[in-house]
Design a protein around this ligand. Structure first.
Ligand code: CO
Length: 129
């Protein structure tokens, strides 16, 4: 696996995209409104991304996160070529799954989250392009 993206919760994805674009030489690769959120993907050298997550609807999970924790790193996504096998491995290791089955994520990717209580406190997402 390799790091696909770092998910960052923000109240202003455009402002953060502009800043990160300048700081990290990371142009916008994809933008999308999906599932109550605005997504902006910034591409880094080597094919990894920042995924900026801005809530646009009330009662999103990211909106609740921003209210509780403030802006910042929300999750780390690891790319796999077989998300079903990755979930099976996690299940076999006794890790609680937030998503028992892969679901549709932004940019047409299949995604699934693992429960952070079983992964050292880190919210980990599997993503299959
Ligand atoms: Co993500």
């Amino acid at each position: 696996m390799h790091v696909d993206h770092i998910g960052v919760a923000t109240a202003d994805a455009d402002a953060l995209a502009s800043l990160y674009g300048t700081l990290f030489d990371a142009p916008v690769a994809h933008e999308e409104a999906f599932d109550g959120l605005r997504f902006v993907f910034l591409e880094l050298d080597g094919g990894s991304y920042f995924e900026l997550l801005e809530p646009v609807d009330d009662d999103t999970q990211i909106g609740g996160y921003l209210d509780r924790e403030g802006p910042g790193i929300h999750h780390v996504a690891l790319a796999t070529e077989d998300i079903d096998a990755a979930l099976e491995t996690a299940r076999g290791a006794g890790v609680e799954l937030i998503d028992e089955e892969p679901r549709a994520g932004a940019w047409g990717h299949d995604i699934a989250f693992l429960h952070p209580t079983d992964t050292g406190g880190a919210l980990v997402e599997f993503v299959e392009h």
